[in-house]
Design a protein around this ligand. Structure first.
Ligand SMILES: Nc1ncnc2c1ncn2[C@@H]1O[C@H](COP(=O)(O)OP(=O)(O)OP(=O)(O)O)[C@@H](O)[C@H]1O
Length: 219
């Protein structure tokens, strides 16, 4: 499980305080994938980072009772000076996994050909997105954190392979996905929440969440 207990978070922008979460409590249990709908700029990325432990709450407590992924697309642990191969093997060792397996899984999924052995600093943003997505799926997590859906890749072959794999993972793992587009959440989660004005409103269905979201964003 992942639990937020009276968690608050805000940023000082120089002229005002931007409140992301105001004493928010909720819990996500394994097997209950959750989609969080939020308009742009309300704090989707910040909340996902807090779930992963990359951003600290100002107040309150975040409890993690399972293996939670880094956010999809997060490049923090990846070193640009070395190749995808070397990164994959290094990170596999950090997580106590077989480096040969992680390397070959990533090589197959992101299909970067000879670039897989070149420094990541030479990749396009789409190639990087493909690699970090492959790496996330190669590691064994109970909960996957996804910011705004699939990686930004124009490679149709990769999108198909990655989409199928993610759908397959959904049967055995739990996904928390944040987006401003309800249609992205539909594919991943039945339970949904709306993040706005520092509060997280939880609903049993995406339909109910959409009603509040549409009302608030479209009037
Ligand atoms: N470290 C920081 N210092 C100050 N303000 C920040 C910081 N991080 C985020 N913010 C502000 O907090 C708000 C929420 O940011 P965040 O990136 O979490 O939103 P988001 O919903 O993911 O946005 P988008 O949809 O545009 O990607 C924004 O107004 C942003 O400028």
């Amino acid at each position: 499980m992942l639990e937020f207990d009276m968690v608050s978070k805000s940023f000082w922008t120089g002229t005002q305080r931007k409140v992301i979460l105001d004493r928010v409590s909720f819990r996500v249990d394994l097997g209950e994938s959750l989609g969080i709908l939020a308009p742009n700029g309300t704090g989707k990325t910040t909340v996902i980072k807090m779930m992963a432990g990359l951003e600290k709450p100002d107040e309150g407590e975040i409890r993690r009772g399972c293996r939670i992924s880094f956010p999809l697309g997060f490049m923090g642990g990846v070193v640009s000076k070395i190749s995808a191969k070397e990164n994959a093997r290094f990170i596999a060792r950090l997580y106590g996994l077989d480096p040969d397996y992680v390397e070959s899984f990533c090589r197959w999924l992101c299909d970067l050909k000879e670039y897989f052995d070149q420094p990541i600093g030479t990749y396009s943003s789409g190639m990087r997105a493909r690699f970090t997505f492959a790496l996330m799926l190669a590691l064994d997590f109970d909960m996957y954190l996804i910011d705004e859906g699939m990686p930004n890749s124009t490679d149709a072959n990769f999108n198909k392979k990655a989409g199928d794999l993610l759908a397959e993972r959904l049967r055995t793992t739990t996904i928390i996905i944040v987006s401003h587009q309800p249609q992205i959440l539909e594919k991943f989660a039945r339970k949904a929440a709306v993040l706005m004005d520092g509060k997280l409103h939880m609903f049993d269905t995406l339909e109910e969440a959409k009603r509040l979201y549409d009302y608030e964003t479209q009037g």
